[in-house]
Design a protein around this ligand. Structure first.
Ligand code: IPM
Ligand code: MG
Length: 394
């Protein structure tokens, strides 16, 4: 009996202190600058909670093309297949945007990675920090209280359908294609998430025009029957685009395809005040990938002024979703909130009321959040006690 108790308690200790291997893919542009701050926060969390995080880096995007000729080298891919989670920065370079004839492009690396790792569900939470109500171009009274979770399908649609040219290049096509199982698996994820939230799913399609959308709607309706506790609403994508800024509070979980999701989540980022604040998780068959929704932002690259909060909030998503570390995730969000409450801003979220000595550079913002975490946790020892409690009952 004593032996058994001993083993249980050893097991609990093991559970408390987790060992995780994280691959960091800084990618292009501001990707390097923001993932460095995400890593900083991971290191603080490991130190405070006693976890062991090891880090490896990989090449992707324009950087990888420069070094190897390939936007997602085999070496990177094999690292990704042998880790517990991925922290990703961004890919892209203006050189490719302005020359559509180039055959090798940074974005191909990102798309290949999504496909190869089976990352079919892209979660984009649109969470508005009250302190940033005035940073948005939408009226505060419309925005206040908005909280939307997007489920964007990520490995199908026009992104991966057959594409090509005919008529000696004068005609081009990208096939919009969906299979039932692809819709079913992400629909289940969206309905399950809604059960833990306000119990509403809005499925977005263009079923009045597109056959693939009719399959989408039919499939979502069928899956929805298994979740009688969830209110299911269908919107056409044009209407959804309008309603998002007309009445963002009417949304809870939004479920949509790859292309519509790409467009609607950029639009919805305005509900959160700035693209610089939005984190995302891509999950599916095995490992999870976490990244800001903003891109490589070459206009500000190297200036050290990019907002690292989306990367830091992506780390919070990683801890919660991939590692089940709810408390660790929560304290990061609290630390970000507190940093904003104290008036600190990066340039993109500053406004006329921001004091000039509170406008921080990228690394300074990372340091503020890290310090906030240390101070908060040092003062509030109950946080750690709760953390052990949660780990031991789960
Ligand atoms: C995104 C990006 C990518 C996409 C690009 C870089 C290929 O816009 O993650 O939203 O379209 O999926
Ligand atoms: Mg996009």
């Amino acid at each position: 009996m004593k032996d058994f108790r001993q083993r249980v308690s050893n097991y609990k200790n093991l559970e408390l202190k987790m060992k995780k291997k994280i691959v960091i893919l800084p990618g292009d542009g501001i990707g390097k600058e923001v993932t460095a701050e995400g890593k900083k926060v991971l290191e603080v969390i490991a130190e405070i909670f006693g976890h062991e995080f090891s880090f490896e880096e990989g090449l992707i995007g324009h950087e990888a093309i420069n070094a190897t000729g390939n936007s997602l080298p085999e070496e990177t891919l094999s690292k990704l297949k042998n880790c517990d989670a991925i922290l990703f920065g961004a890919v892209g370079h203006p050189k490719y945007d302005n020359d559509p004839t180039l055959k090798v492009r940074p974005e191909q690396g990102l798309l290949k990675m999504r496909k190869e790792l089976g990352l079919y569900a892209n979660l984009r939470p649109i969470k508005l920090f009250d302190e940033l109500l005035s940073a948005s171009s939408i009226k505060p009274e419309i925005l206040k209280g908005s909280n939307i979770l997007f489920f964007r399908e990520l490995t199908g649609d026009v992104y991966f359908g057959e594409k090509g040219r005919k008529d000696e290049g004068a005609t081009a096509f990208d096939l919009m294609i969906y299979q039932r199982y692809e819709i079913e698996r992400i629909a289940h994820k969206a309905f399950k998430a809604a059960q833990t939230r306000k119990k509403k799913v809005t499925s977005v399609d263009k079923a009045n025009v597109l056959e693939s959308s009719r399959l989408w709607r039919e499939t979502v309706q069928q899956v929805g029957k298994q979740y009688p506790d969830i209110q299911l609403e269908h919107l056409f994508v044009d209407t959804a685009a309008m309603k998002l800024i007309q009445n963002p509070r009417s949304f809870d979980v939004v479920l949509t395809g790859n292309l519509f999701g790409d467009i609607l989540t950029d639009e919805a980022s305005q509900i959160a005040g700035s693209m610089g604040m939005l984190a995302s998780a891509s999950i599916g068959d095995s490992v999870g990938l976490y990244e800001p929704i903003h891109g490589s932002a070459h206009d500000i690259t190297g200036k050290g002024i990019a907002n690292p909060l989306a990367s830091i909030l992506s780390v919070a998503l990683m801890l919660d979703i991939s590692f089940g570390m709810k408390k660790e995730s929560e304290v990061i969000i609290k630390a970000v909130e507190q940093t904003l409450k104290e008036g600190f801003r990066t340039a993109d979220i500053a406004d006329e009321r921001t004091l000039s000595n509170k406008i921080l550079k990228t690394a300074e913002m990372g340091n503020k959040v890290a310090k906030q975490l240390r101070d908060k946790l040092a003062l509030d020892s109950t946080v750690l006690q709760t953390a052990s409690y949660n780990a031991s009952i789960s």
